[in-house]
Every structure is written in C-alpha cells, then in structure tokens.
Write a protein that binds this ligand. Sequence first.
Ligand SMILES: [Zn+2]
Length: 332
Amino acid sequence: MTTQTPLRNPTPGFLRREVRLRPMPFPYLAALSICSDIDECDRRTFLAVHQFINDPDGGLGLPIADSFFAVGRSPGQLAYFLSDGRSPGPDAELIVKAIRAGLIDSLHSWGDFNDTPPQPSELRDIASRLTEDFTRRGLQLKVWINHGDPCNRQNLRARLQPGYSGGDPGSPFFTLDLVRALGIKYYWWSELVDWPLSGREPPVTMRVTVQPFINHLKNVIKILIGHRQLIRTTAQVTDLCLPARFADGTTLMAFNRHLRRFREPSTRHTLHYTLTPAVLDELMAEQGYLILYTHLGMPRFEGGELLPAADLRALQYLAGLYHQGKIWVAPT
Ligand SMILES: [Zn+2]
C-alpha cells in the first residue's frame, strides 16, 4: 500500500469548473449513422447508391457504410457465398474491397432465413467458412445486425424474439463463438426507438424528462397483462448502447436503431421521414445520437431516378449539416 501526498499546487477551482469534456468531437453538436440492412440489394444498386452517397466529387461525400449477408437467397442478392453456402459468389471480391474501403462495416447475420430456419449443421459450416476466409484475408468486422423474421434462429438475443438463439450455448443454432472470432463487438438487438438517444449529459427538454415516466407506465401495463418479458429498462429507451451478457459468459454491446414513427419498410425512399430539419434540429438540441435503421438498397435500382426528390433533399440536408461541422456522420 502506498501513501498519497496531497498535490502542492492543485488546479484552481475556477479552472476545474471551466474544463469539461465535450459530448461530441469538436466541432460537432450531435452524431448520426445510417445503418443499412442489405436485404434485396444487388450489385448494381449497391454501387449506384454508394457512388452517390460516398463520392466527395459528384456525390454527397458522406461516410456511410452498408452491410452484407454471408448467404443470400433471392437472385442477385449481394452476399459472400452462393446459395450452397460454400462457394464464394460473384460479389465476394466486391464485398472484401468494400470492407477494406469502409463501405461495408456490418454483417447482416449469416444469411437470409426468412420463412425457413437454417439447418444447424449447415449454419455452422457457413459461419465457420466465412470466419476462416476472413481470418485468412486479415479482415475483421465489428458490427452484427439481426435480420428478419422469427425463422432466423441464428440471430442474437432480442427482447421481442424469444426464438433467436445464436447466442445460446445450449442451442443447435449457437454460433456466438464464431461471431466473436470475426471481431464483432456490437450488435443490433432488434430494438427500435423513434427519438434521439441521449448524449452524456442531455439538456433537460420535455421529451428527455417525460420519456422515462412513459416507459415506466408501459412497463406497469405489460406486467398487469402478463407480458413481463417485454418490459424495457429506462436505459433501454434512453441509451445508444448497453452491455448484453450471454449465457457463455461473454458480452457484446447491444445498440438501438431509429425508425421514425415505426413506419416500415424503411428504405432509401423513406429517408425524408427522418432526415428532416425538425428531427435533426431536435437531435442537435439534445446533443444526442441517432442510428437510422434503413435499407439503402431497396428498391433495386433499374436505371433512371436513384432517389425521389424528397429523399434526395433529405440526404443533401444531412450532408450540409455534416460539412458545416454540425452533425458528425459516421459509419456504424
Ligand atoms: Zn434484414
């Protein structure tokens, strides 16, 4: 044990009060990411969307990334493997290049298993092959996004989906060990909110004050009607990221995504619901965070207009705030 001596010249009180850590990197007031599920997106659409959004010359110059499936189902679906789950598909090299370039930062789970659950042994093989390929190439991913309907048993734990069991070591669908081997640190746990999430010390606004009480009231109702498993803690409706501990003793950081008025489907043709002056002003006023849930690749691009006028204006407005140093736009 050591004895601490008091500082001879402690920092004067007026300086201690003045020096504070900013909630955002200078000069930004708030932070926003667009976290895009790759459902239905083909190569042509992916290239058209990201050429426009990311290109600093001729595009918007926004650092927005996307996701990919290990295995897709619909023809043309951007995925690493063909539907046999073992042969690299025609877009595998594009996916690798996009990861290296920062245009893809998320895995939209091992595959699209809507309507039909994966066969456990095949699921394990797909996950092992992708992990081995990525390890051999020196690639890592940090973000996992749960996908789809309840048949997607490979998904990680989610409040509203008791069948998701990719993180349960007692389940035949367990692959969390391989998820971690890919480098995954964060996962979207299928939770949506339609308000900004708090900064470190959110300013006291009516919404910030009232939100926990509304959530508490909803929890009481859920308990009364016998749905205790659906309750959300205050942190689950106010924080961007929370630690989620799994039965194998490991932890990932689970994050919430934003869907304005919970209106589905969320595509690049509905960006104007969220990227409005009213929503982004609220985000800046609360010095908050927002991870927008969308599908940038929907609908498929067939030539002609990539974005309807309202959605083009919405993205241009966001790009303006980013380039003015007001909203920090970043990959997921
Ligand atoms: Zn999806």
